[in-house]
Design a protein around this ligand. Sequence first.
Ligand code: NAP
Length: 317
Amino acid sequence: MNDYLRQLGNSSLKVSSVALGCWPIAGISSLDVNDQDSLRTIAAALDCGINFFDTAYSYGFSGQADLLLAKALKGRSSETIVASKVGSHYDPQGQRVIDGRPETLIRHAKESLDRLNRDRLEVLYLHTPDPQVPLEESADAIAELISSGVVLYAGVSNVNLQQLQLFHSRCPVTVVQPYFNMLQREVAAELGEYCESENISIACYWVLMKGLLAGRMQRDHQLDPADRRLTYAVYRGEAWQRAQDLLDELRSISKDLNCTVAQLVVAWTIAQPGITVALCGAKRPEQITETAAAMNLELSIDLLERINRLVDLQSAP
Ligand SMILES: NC(=O)c1ccc[n+]([C@@H]2O[C@H](COP(=O)([O-])OP(=O)(O)OC[C@H]3O[C@@H](n4cnc5c(N)ncnc54)[C@H](OP(=O)(O)O)[C@@H]3O)[C@@H](O)[C@H]2O)c1
């Protein structure tokens, strides 16, 4: 594997460039999720050399992703790195609540640690800024969790540049988590220069745009009406057609390279300047086995440039 363990920001952590994203196994928005497949998915990730797992207090109405991780990683905590997030949870009615108050962040971090059955959280992100709570207060709470040894390193997710700078001034950030994929590059682009200057890693989510960029859904694919992916613009209308135009090109390139479209997309992602980690969600072992293999796929500079041109064309007005 080439360059597959990477240093996370200014920390001493060495993480795999593909991490297992644990949102699908939370079973909230993904269809047909069951514990047996989820445990097999985590085991498959370990078998593929993944040592980095991305969860959150809100991944499950009652912490399902954390509990599954605890079970599957039992006895392997010294060789694995878990990143969690606080600042978002579900109320008893199943409604998502954003709550960045320090007392909530601290309580939820400790609950997560108990669920995960670990001595400490290697990384804890603020999941998203709470518009009702000054960001400084949320940052100070994460800094306090680091001082007290509950957490090793801080992260922050879903922030713009100004928010990242403010957070970092109160609580040094090791890793930032924006969305980033071939169809949506703007947020990571906004943060990139600052992250490079401050040695902050970018761990990006929606690398496969929730499965679309795995390329298996053909142009005429009909999603189940209950599938929440229909709420994303790129799964409908003109945006869907443009994504399929790009996918047609990627299907052809991946055929020549004898890899899958998902592997090509993930390999392109982890080759992007400033991107340290691609968070790849999966609910079945074969999905993460497929995406993790991108860590073995080196793309030539010429090919990266060719793909960049196709991606630019897709996003041209
Ligand atoms: N910080 C945040 O606010 C935030 C937000 C979103 C996500 N995240 C993190 O980032 C991770 C990744 O995001 P995500 O899971 O939402 O989306 P994603 O990685 O873009 O897509 C995951 C979905 O793609 C499909 N898939 C995965 N591998 C595949 C393969 N090899 N072939 C075909 N389909 C495949 C599966 O869906 P189907 O099987 O259902 O088709 C899977 O559930 C999350 O799990 C989470 O850890 C963080």
